[in-house]
Structures are given as structure tokens and as C-alpha cells.
Write a protein that binds this ligand. Structure first.
Ligand code: AHM
Ligand code: MG
Length: 335
């Protein structure tokens, strides 16, 4: 049982020995991410005040318009991780290619790569709705002492050693796993410290919330249409409640606390859906599974998919185990 009012710093020190690898590097890495998140949080909070929101005019690798805060968050995370020289490479949803970090003495001695979506759900910024950061950490597969290659980033999600998200919501929370359960920390902005507020988070086995952009209904596969009709049917504990923020982190965070399912399926408009396997689905799937939930592409476990491209997209079903199983049943029946 963790001590009351435990800070994230105390928690990391106490739990360091339960990490798969205990060199202290992973702890330092998570420390850097939480630091960058505080800086980004500060900026996100004053977005409305300083007129920083709005498109910067650039277009990211996915062909989407970038917001100023996306750029800002991307730079802060990369800068913080680069300056501390604790990773050997970073891949970001906002950059076309991965970044190689040589490390001290240019010796390529660092062991971890980080994949990050610096500011997810950024279309929510100008309307003052929650956004998030998602990160994923792997051990490199190429030999220490050599520059990282794409292979280090294209690992299946089941090789993640840690993953987490920050939700910039009514309060700012950092939720992460190192493969030993999921813990949530809430930032006290007055003193800049995260406190353990949600120890050992667990996805309810089932729930009553379904989260999907139903505006695309006509374009969804038959299995998804059938599942939506099932959610709406007047039977047993149904109809379920529809809740969709349009911010993956916030939608999954709410469902993890209340019980529910999040779906971003493929559609006739986008053959693999919208979400990116490496920056969004894998880290969220790792967290969801560690909390006792389930994540798949409708048929296959997300964490077992072998990525082929840095910016690969994949359909995403995640949430309470029984609800995801039910949705998969509809997918199977309609295929
Ligand atoms: P982004 O990385 O460009 O912000 O897009 C990802 C976001 C998710 O957070 C969210 O669940 C989804 O896009 C919403 O998409 P849509 O507006 O198509 O429903
Ligand atoms: Mg994103």
C-alpha cells in the first residue's frame, strides 16, 4: 500500500526494483517526460490567454494542419529528452522520420527509444476541451554503441517497457505503466508536484459507455454498425450511454474509470481508421491491458501487430474486456 500523499518522485524510487530493467535509466526517462509535461501543461493552460491557439500554417506528415501548441509540445518533449541524453532515439507523430541521439561522447550508449504523440486531440484546444500526450518506451534492438535504426522503432507493442499518457483536463494527470499495473498521478499546479491519486487503476470488466464518432456511421463496416445498434437496443442494461470527446486520451481515461469501450474503426473513407499504431494505439493498449482491459483492431490484439511503417494506422477497439469481446463478436459475425 503506497504512503498517503506520495509524490511521483517517491513512487518511482520505491518501485524502481519492480521495473524489468533496473539501471535507473528508465526512471530518469520517466522523470524527464513528467518534467516536459509540466512545461507543456503550463502552456496549454494559458492557451486562451495568449492567443497561442490556431493553426500555425504547417502541415504534418499525415497531411493534417498543425496547431501551434502541437509544435510547441513536440519541441519541448524532444528538447527535454535530447538535453538529458537518456535515450538513443525519438520518433514523434509530428515528425516524418525518427531522430537519432548520439549521447555523451557520441557513443550511442543509451538503451531506450521513445515514441511520442506530443499533443493528441489538438483540434480540441481552441474550444477549451481536454487534450493529452501519449508516450511509449522500448529497449533498442540494435547493438548499443551503434546509431539507432528504424528497426528499433518498429517493434510490436508487446515489447514496450513502459507507456503512459498525460491528460490536460480539469486537472492534469500523468498515468503510466512499466508493466506492473497502472498508476495515476495528479499535478498540484501550485507547487508543481504530481501526487499518486489513482493507485493501481483497473478497467471495470464491463461498462455502459460507448465512445465512437457516430457521424461516420454510414461509412463503418457492418460489424461496427451492428455493434452500435446493440449498444442502443432497449434490453437488459442497455441502451448504453454515448460519450465522445474526440480526444483519445480523455475518452479512454474516462472509460477506464467508469467502464466503457472506445472504437475508432476503419471506414469506407479511411481503410485503416485514423489512429497511429506506434504513437497512439500501442501505448494506450499497453495501459489498457495492464489495467485489466482489452485492445484490438476488431480481430487481432493490438500489441501483437508487427509494425511496418512509423506512421502506420490501425483500427482501434479498446476498453472494458467484456465490451471489447462483444464488439469483436459482431466483427467476426459480419466478416
Ligand atoms: P490527432 O492526433 O490529429 O489529434 O488525432 C487523433 C484524435 C484522437 O484523439 C481522437 O480520438 C480522434 O482523433 C478523433 O477523430 P475524429 O474527429 O475523426 O472523430
Ligand atoms: Mg494524435
Amino acid at each position: 500500500m503506497p504512503a498517503k500523499n506520495q509524490t511521483i518522485g517517491e513512487f518511482i524510487i520505491e518501485n524502481q526494483s519492480s521495473f524489468a530493467y533496473t539501471s535507473g535509466e528508465l526512471s530518469r526517462l520517466i522523470n524527464s517526460i513528467r518534467l516536459a509535461a509540466k512545461v507543456v501543461n503550463h502552456e496549454v493552460n494559458k492557451a486562451g490567454l495568449v492567443d497561442i491557439t490556431g493553426a500555425i500554417g504547417g502541415v504534418n506528415v499525415q497531411g493534417e494542419e498543425q496547431q501551434k501548441l502541437d509544435v510547441y509540445a513536440n519541441e519541448r518533449f524532444i528538447e527535454t529528452l535530447t538535453n538529458r541524453e537518456i535515450v538513443c532515439g525519438i520518433a514523434s507523430e509530428e515528425n516524418d522520420d525518427f531522430i537519432t541521439i548520439e549521447g555523451q561522447n557520441c557513443d550511442h550508449k543509451n538503451k531506450y527509444v521513445v515514441l511520442i504523440d506530443p499533443l493528441d486531440g489538438s483540434s480540441n484546444i481552441d474550444v477549451n476541451v481536454s487534450v493529452g500526450t501519449i508516450f511509449s518506451i522500448y529497449r533498442r534492438v540494435t547493438p548499443v554503441g551503434t546509431p539507432v535504426t528504424k528497426e528499433d522503432f518498429l517493434q510490436p507493442g508487446n515489447k514496450q517497457v513502459a507507456a503512459g499518457y498525460i491528460v490536460y483536463g480539469t486537472s492534469t494527470m500523468l498515468v503510466y505503466t512499466t508493466g506492473d499495473g497502472v498508476n495515476g498521478f495528479t499535478l498540484n499546479p501550485a507547487i508543481g508536484t504530481y501526487y499518486l491519486s489513482h493507485p493501481n487503476m483497473k478497467f471495470p470488466e464491463t461498462g455502459k459507455i460507448y465512445s465512437i464518432n457516430e457521424g461516420n456511421y454510414n461509412h463503418f463496416p457492418q460489424g461496427v454498425k451492428d455493434y452500435i445498434k446493440y449498444c442502443q437496443a432497449e434490453e437488459g442494461d442497455r441502451p448504453y450511454t454515448a460519450r465522445y470527446i474526440g480526444s483519445l486520451v480523455s475518452d479512454v481515461h474516462r472509460n477506464m474509470i467508469k467502464g466503457g469501450i472506445y472504437i475508432y474503426p476503419k471506414s469506407s473513407k479511411s481503410s485503416n481508421g485514423k489512429l497511429r499504431l506506434l504513437y497512439e494505439c500501442n501505448p494506450m493498449a499497453f495501459i489498457v491491458e495492464q489495467a485489466g482491459g482489452k485492445a484490438s483492431d476488431g480481430f487481432t490484439r493490438i500489441l501483437d501487430i508487427k509494425p511496418t511503417e512509423l506512421h502506420q494506422r490501425v483500427p482501434f477497439f479498446c476498453g472494458s474486456k467484456k465490451m471489447v469481446e462483444k464488439a469483436e463478436e459482431f466483427m467476426e459475425n459480419a466478416s
